[in-house]
Design a binder for this molecule. Structure first.
Ligand code: GLY
Length: 379
């Protein structure tokens, strides 16, 4: 397929829009380049367009599953042995994380890696790793508050954890262990009650009293303010509540995913790229492309979960609009010589100055996932 005619972007400079296939080809070349230059490294974000391979200074290592997940996507798409060998090798590096009790991010680590391997080939080994990871994750349940705690503190939970609760549902099904499913459901219902507001916007962090389980307050790390709306948290909610509904069939979780999606769509300009935080009055970070990529993939999946044909088309069309925007060289780094990431203009942690207006590995991963879903005409 050929590229569209060049045009001038609102942000200046001439841009063109790659086709879905061209975008996937470019993404594969970027991933292959990284793996060949820095074998075994699992970077989180870029600096000046170059992947940073030092340990993440903010969070315990949580982004390794995303690079591995892209290796699996390209392995399936191409059938080439190189992708498959590397996907398996990177999975092996992540396998010990199934026992990691220091983080709430086990779904991010194990779902795109071992989860994709299992979906391709449901071996006993992959099943065992996923069940182990789900059990480790379930060990984070705080019984009084009914939530899975973060690495920050036993009294804290994040909206991001909605992306990590899926591995508990998966483990419950794989092990036939209903008690695990109940843990997952408790966390989902607590998140729905305390981390989602009446207008469908979400809270980044909730704090609870450990003794009584009482909800104490809202907070944020990467958003503007405790009572504001951090775009990536919203994206995690769209995708995470949808996944939780897919696993459980619980209609209240589908409703939560839909309300989160509707808030995103209502508050974002027509091109589909939100600011880092919708409420930030300074507009210092006017675009957070990773939130858009997560939302595109999440909406494509959500569109398969709703019964109503009109709604399905609405979510799918919005997701495709986001993907089209991201296929513009304003975002996809195809015309940025030497740039190492795939998707530009994402932000990891603006207060800590980490990956600000750069590429982040989950931005690249969910963009590739969304492109792959669009290319396959399904979700
Ligand atoms: N730690 C998850 C995020 O930065 O979105």
């Amino acid at each position: 397929m050929s590229s569209a005619q060049p045009s001038v972007a609102a942000h200046g400079g001439e841009t063109r829009t790659l086709s879905v296939e061209e975008s996937l080809e470019f993404a594969a070349a970027q991933v292959r380049g990284l793996v060949e230059r820095a074998p075994g490294q699992l970077p989180t974000y870029t600096s000046g367009g170059a992947w940073v391979t030092d340990a993440d200074p903010w969070a315990p290592n949580w982004a390794g599953g995303f690079l591995t997940g892209m290796l699996w996507i390209f392995a399936r798409r191409s059938g080439e042995a190189w992708w498959r060998e590397h996907a398996e090798r990177y999975c092996e590096v992540l396998e010990p994380r199934a026992d990691d009790t220091t983080t709430h991010d086990l779904g991010f680590v194990l779902e795109p890696s071992w989860g994709r391997w299992y979906e391709l080939e449901p071996t006993e080994r992959a099943r065992e790793v996923l069940v182990r990871g789900g059990r480790t994750m379930a060990g984070r349940l705080q019984p009084r508050g009914g939530y899975l705690s973060t690495w920050v503190d036993p009294g804290s939970t994040f909206i991001d954890v909605m992306m990590n609760v899926g591995i508990i549902f998966r483990a419950a099904a794989l092990a036939g262990d209903d008690a695990l499913g109940e843990v997952a459901m408790r966390h989902c219902m607590t998140s729905r009650r305390y981390l989602m507001r009446g207008d469908g916007s979400t809270v980044h962090e909730g704090w609870f009293d450990l003794e009584s389980g009482e909800f104490l307050r809202c907070a944020t790390h990467q958003g503007w303010r405790s009572d504001s709306s951090w775009a990536r948290g919203q994206a995690w909610a769209i995708y995470g509540f949808g996944t939780a509904h897919r696993h459980s069939g619980e209609p209240r979780l589908l409703d939560a995913a839909r309300r989160a999606a509707d808030f995103y769509i209502e508050h974002t300009p027509g091109h589909g790229i939100p600011p880092n935080d919708w409420n930030d009055p300074d507009g210092a970070l006017p675009r957070e492309a990773s939130a858009a990529a997560i939302t595109a993939a999440g909406l494509l999946r959500l569109s398969e979960l709703v019964d109503d044909g009109g709604l399905r088309g609405h979510y799918r069309a919005y997701a495709e609009r986001i993907v089209e925007t991201l296929r513009s060289t304003e975002y996809i780094a195809a015309d940025a010589p030497g740039y190492e990431g795939i998707l530009r203009h994402a932000t990891y942690h603006f207060r800590d100055g980490l990956g600000v207006d750069e590429s982040v590995m989950w931005g690249d991963y969910y963009f590739v996932e969304a492109l792959d879903l669009v290319a396959r005409g399904q979700s």
